[in-house]
Ligand binder design. Structure first.
Ligand code: NAD
Ligand code: TYD
Length: 374
């Protein structure tokens, strides 16, 4: 497990925390959740990490926290009300930070049910348990308690090339089972604030990339395939636009919102870095040509494949509320973040090898075999 500790030190300068308090983090063995857990431990939080360890959850992401008594890992589901009640009573967290979800759009197209179960029904159970816990707290503790729901910009739908970026008042228009299920969870969270007064916060973030991302998503999939001389499958014409944010910057935004966000509000989080998919792939290939010259030029592997059904054309985020109210700004540019990310995947071949064995191969076969005729 030791190879995963290399080159994954994030700077937390200037970031403040609820000193020494306990957080209940859900989904903390996944990509963003594990980055958040490591950042929270560095900020001196105690973290109770509840994760079901689905295909996307991986304890190896947390290897650098091994032996840290402030990290309490619990394998279990957000849909298990009894377990939630016990964990809340035992650990008395100052906040719940909710990452647990099914998160991959392509999987939501082939298997939407799990998305409704986890993202909608699971969030409902977490809200119920959180509400009962909060209602029994002392006045002071109840005033300071937070339920922070981590969501996505995909709930807003798809933009045309000249449309203004999504802002917090943009109407919801989710297009995939993934984004529809996240929209459902956002609405439930909102309703628990308006109906019961539960002190909630919601963040809607753009596409993340960085260490520990499962290689089913665009950036780690392209790095993995390029390193193995496999086709780089571009959906459709490759002109779809995403706004990319380095995962450490997303986690910093969540910490800021947790500490100083206004209760009941939503905050958009974005990387101020819109890129077409094809441009992202060319940038990755250029860095790989330099750092891993075998197989150069890597962009010869680019292959156009059948498009994703209902593929959103463009996402862009207006995060001026977060910047103006809380003074947050991304520390990584796309250029610096993507280089760090490629270096991390090159340094952590063992991690990649572990997560790409077994079921991963079945997924790749099922998802890409059907797309072979572009
Ligand atoms: P991920 O798929 O890497 O991780 C999800 C984690 O949730 C896994 O560890 C999994 O085991 C766990 N999980 C699934 N079902 C569970 C259940 N019933 N109970 C407990 N744990 C369960 O996802 P990610 O990319 O880290 O995304 C985390 C959150 O951030 C999600 O809510 C996602 O919608 C949101 N988000 C992701 C992105 C992105 O670019 N990845 C962008 C914006 C928002
Ligand atoms: P993805 O990482 O799945 O994130 P999301 O769909 O949530 O934005 O995909 C990012 C973009 O890359 C999206 O436009 C789909 C595209 N894509 C490909 O072109 N090829 C691939 O193999 C994958 C996984 C994604």
């Amino acid at each position: 497990m030791h190879g995963f500790k290399k080159k994954h030190e994030e700077k937390n300068e200037g970031l403040k925390s609820m000193n020494g308090k306990t957080l209940l983090v859900t989904g903390g063995a996944g990509f963003i959740g594990s980055n958040f857990v490591l950042q929270s431990l560095a900020l001196d939080y105690t973290v109770v990490n509840l994760d079901l360890l689905t295909y996307a959850g991986n304890l190896e992401n947390l290897a650098s926290a091994e032996g840290n008594p402030k990290h309490i890992f619990v394998e279990g589901s957000i849909a298990d009300g009894d377990l939630l009640q016990r964990l809340l009573a035992e650990h008395k967290p100052a906040a719940i930070v909710h990452f647990a979800a099914e998160s991959h759009v392509d999987r939501s197209i082939t298997g939407p049910e799990a998305f409704v179960e986890t993202n909608v029904v699971g969030t409902f159970h977490l809200l119920q348990a959180g509400l009962a816990y909060w209602q029994a707290l002392s006045k002071d503790d109840a005033t300071n308690f937070r339920f922070l729901h981590v969501s996505t910009d995909e709930v807003y739908g798809s933009l045309g090339p000249n449309d203004p970026a999504f802002h917090e008042e943009t109407p919801y228009q989710p297009n995939s089972p993934y984004s529809a299920s996240k929209a459902g969870s956002d609405h439930l969270v909102r309703a628990y604030f308006h109906t019961y007064g539960l002190p909630v916060l919601t963040t809607n973030c753009s596409n993340n990339y960085g260490p520990f991302q499962f290689p089913e998503k665009l950036i780690p999939l392209m790095i993995h395939n390029a390193l193995n001389g496999k086709a780089l499958p571009v959906y459709g014409d490759g002109q779809n636009v995403r706004d990319w944010l380095y995962v450490g910057d997303h986690c910093r935004a969540i910490h800021e919102v947790l500490l100083r966000g206004r209760v009941g509000e939503t905050y958009n989080v974005g990387g101020l870095s819109e890129k077409k998919n094809l441009d992202v792939i060319h940038i990755l290939c250029g860095i790989l040509d330099e750092l891993h010259p075998e197989g150069k030029p890597h962009d010869q592997l680019i292959t156009y494949v059948k498009d994703r059904p209902g593929h959103d054309r463009r996402y862009a985020i207006d995060c001026r509320k977060l910047q103006g109210e809380l003074g947050w700004a991304p520390q990584q540019s796309f250029e610096s973040g993507i280089r760090k990310t490629v270096e991390w995947y090159l340094d952590n071949a063992e991690w990649v090898q572990h997560v790409t064995s077994g079921d991963y191969r079945k997924w790749v076969k099922a998802n890409y075999a059907e797309r072979s005729n572009a």
